[in-house]
Design a protein around this ligand. Structure first.
Ligand code: HDE
Length: 712
């Protein structure tokens, strides 16, 4: 898919090396045509290579320098191009043009990422996901560098290096990769009560999304909108996926990490290639400046959300990802985001985490991309032309003409000129600031548990169970009993049952106020507030539970059709057609990759063999009708693999449809042990396509998980 946006046209003009056609000849970087790319220059057929071989040297030297440092966090990423369309004007609140001109389309590049792992780590790590959006607006690039969780671990940027050092592999042995389940992370967390709200999110299934296309995006900090009259509103940004917010089970995540560690990257890529463009509603929560102090938390505190029940999210636009990058390195790797890339109508708040980020992002690009000219890399260029007096530096691309590179000047006719506000010149909000120079936290930041409670209390029963299990898994990997005990002590401030359940599995006691001295902040206030156990104003927020997400579509869901020779063509094709008409993707899994002969004499081509994929790669299974097919699937060679497919899907609460003649598969699998009606298990008949589709749309029957698992 090619998009003919101004940005892409601009990229194409710059692109002198990329596309190949039949007449193109291999050249050196100097444009010299190469006659032999197979042999180096030698002194005689069996002689040593010659230093003179500039073709060999150029090729190898370039190769030797192919790697650049990976991002210090968010190293593993997947990117895509797209468009943002404004569906409701925000002119009352901001003068940012891309948010005021109804129907306006702005090109974007989005990069999703995991945080802790290296560039080559698994997609399915339990982790926060980055959701960074670069809007190429006519007023300059605007970057919304967001995450899939609306809060953060820490309240002040000065702790960021500590947080990251704690979660990254430990410095002595570089273990573990892309995992928070280890001593140093939990040691840090156990001493950091402000992290507990974020820990609730991280231990929830939000940390293991089914797809990058099925997760939310949050700007986290409060930002400011400023309108033409200079009126200010606080604003929180939201992206809500049209397909709903869905996750996999932790057991699945671990399996997928082995079977297909690129699961999310592949899913996004394939969906876009198939024309199933990923879409989000873009929304804002707005608070007039004068209402800043109307909440029971501080709007500047990044460990807090504004509950949607208190300030609803107003949907104002659609984000669509519709084009895969042409080159991973040039685009996804070299894209450089920065929360400080803003445009008129948007401004920062004094959130101390945001303030620190404003320094960090340019600084990190200097070591990662190696030059202050990183804005000239095609993916980072703004759509409007850059004019300023900056010059030189490594890898400068722009050839600026003329004598002057200073301002003011008369020799260059005074160019380039400053822009007045009416011409789009950026001005910061005239905010009155006063105060003593201090290193202290505002007392409005000290309540660390109310919103952690709000999150936990808002979860459904299965979500709570998953969260408990995640904590048990993570803390069981911690080798120091004192650390486990301290974390349990923290949980006790959120929910006593949660603390007890986790404590029991860890073999520790629940001790509520067991604080080592170093964790008590200088103002000493924290302990008092902890024991007070405050209740948040909002006690339950429906928006925080994935139970209440979109569950009315099977679009892009992957359904595995397991079959062998002799499958019933009519039954298979009826169900396939019906599922595909609803937008689901059917993939055939067979004992081998040879075409499967179906009973009407025709054949179907499998995409996978039983051994080249696994149950965890699918959202639902159909065990194809046909006795002969079932018989082949139950031969000693296939039997255990096929039953494992079914048992895993059952355990992971997926929908399974059994075709006629597959009773032997049913009765030999764990499914047959079910004692009650299970709305995810369907026998094929006239009504079954609709029932199957309804069950798949539900994503998983999580509420039947205990029952399904207790039968295994
Ligand atoms: Fe980042 N963060 N961050 N971060 N962050 C980076 O910038 C940093 C924070 C986020 O796909 C780095 O170019 C500090 C919150 C995303 O390229 C670095 C602090 C949120 C990405 C950096 C934070 C984010 C980054 C590493 C605390 C959610 C990936 C490479 C003050 C709102 C962007 C880079 C991409 C990347 C610093 C906290 C989101 C080092 C100092 C909160 C999505 O500059």
């Amino acid at each position: 898919m090619k998009n003919d946006t101004p940005h892409n046209k601009k990229l194409d003009q710059l692109d002198t090396h990329s596309t190949s056609n039949d007449n193109e000849k291999l050249t050196t970087n100097q444009g010299l045509k190469i006659n032999n790319n197979q042999d180096s220059l030698k002194a005689g057929e069996r002689g040593p290579s010659l230093l003179e071989d500039f073709i060999l040297r150029e090729k190898i030297t370039h190769f030797d320098h192919e790697r650049i440092p990976e991002r210090v966090v968010h190293a593993r990423g997947s990117g895509a191009h797209g468009v943002f369309k404004l569906t409701k004007s925000l002119a009352e609140y901001t003068k940012a043009k891309f948010l005021t001109e109804l129907g306006k389309e702005t090109p974007v590049f989005v990069r999703f990422s995991t945080v802790a792992g290296s560039k080559g780590s698994t997609d399915l790590a339990r982790d926060v996901r980055g959701f960074a959006v670069k809007f190429y607006t006519e007023e300059g690039n605007y970057d919304l560098v967001a995450n899939n969780m609306p809060v953060f671990f820490i309240q002040d940027a000065i702790k960021f290096p500590d947080l990251v050092h704690a979660v990254k592999p430990e410095p002595d042995n570089e273990i573990p990769q892309a995992a928070s389940a280890h001593d140093t992370f939990w040691d840090f967390i156990s001493l950091m009560p402000e992290s507990m709200h974020m820990i609730m999110w991280l231990m929830s299934d939000r940390a293991i999304p089914r797809s990058l296309r099925m997760m939310e995006g949050f700007g986290v900090h409060s930002f400011k909108f400023i309108n033409e009259e200079g009126k200010v509103h606080f604003v929180k940004f939201h992206f809500k996926p049209k397909l709903g917010v869905h996750s996999v089970a932790w057991d699945e995540a671990q399996r997928i990490s082995g079977v297909d560690p690129d699961f999310h990257k592949r899913d996004l890529w394939e969906a876009i290639e198939n024309g199933d463009f990923a879409e989000w509603d873009f929304g804002v929560q707005l608070v007039p400046e004068e209402n800043e102090h109307n909440f029971d938390f501080d709007l500047l505190d990044p460990t807090k959300i504004i509950p949607e029940e208190e300030v609803p999210v107003e949907i104002v636009g659609t984000l669509t990802l519709n084009r895969n990058p042409d080159n991973f390195f040039a685009e996804t790797e070299q894209v450089a985001f920065h929360p400080g890339h803003i445009i008129p109508g948007i401004d920062f708040t004094n959130d101390p985490l945001l303030q620190g980020r404003l320094f960090s992002y340019t600084d990190t690009q200097l070591s990662r991309l190696g030059s202050p000219n990183f804005h000239e890399i095609p993916i980072n260029r703004s759509v409007n032309t850059v004019h300023n007096n900056q010059r030189d530096g490594h890898m400068r691309q722009q050839i600026v003409k003329g004598k002057t590179s200073y301002d003011p000047n008369s020799i260059g006719g005074g160019c380039p000129f400053q822009a007045m506000m009416s011409e789009g010149g950026f001005t910061s909000q005239e905010e009155r600031v006063s105060g003593a120079k201090i290193r202290e936290r505002s007392s409005s930041f000290v309540d660390h548990y109310s919103q952690a409670k709000l999150f936990y209390n808002s979860q459904s029963v299965p979500e709570k169970a998953h969260l408990q299990k995640a904590l048990i898994f993570e803390l069981s990997k911690v080798t120091l009993p004192a650390v486990r005990e301290r974390v349990v002590g923290q949980l006790a401030f959120i929910d006593m049952t949660l603390a007890w359940r986790v404590a029991e599995k860890l073999g520790v006691e629940v001790k509520k106020l067991d604080w080592p001295n170093q964790s008590v902040p200088a103002d000493g206030n924290m302990i008092e507030l902890q024991s007070e156990e405050r209740e948040p104003k909002t006690r339950i927020s429906e928006a925080l539970s994935m139970k209440n997400t979109v569950k009315n579509t099977v679009r892009t869901r992957k359904i595995g059709f397991i079959m062998a020779n002799g499958a019933d063509g009519r039954a298979v094709n009826n169900l396939k057609t019906k599922l595909e008409s609803e937008g689901a993707k059917v993939e055939i899994i067979a004992p081998s990759l040879a075409p499967v002969k179906i009973n009407d004499g025709s054949s179907l081509t499998p995409k996978h063999s039983l051994t080249s994929t696994a149950s965890v790669c699918f959202d639902a299974l159909y065990i194809s009708a046909g006795e002969e097919s079932a018989k082949e699937l139950m031969t000693p060679e296939n039997r255990n693999i096929v039953l494992n497919f079914i048992n895993e899907a059952y355990k992971h609460c997926k929908a399974i449809c059994f075709g006629e003649g597959t009773e032997s598969l049913y009765s030999n699998s764990n499914v047959s042990a079910k004692k009650h009606e299970d709305r995810g298990i369907i026998w094929q008949n006239e009504n079954s396509p609709d029932m199957f589709i309804k069950a798949i749309a539900e994503h998983r029957v999580w509420d039947l998980e205990t029952e399904r698992n207790s039968q295994i």
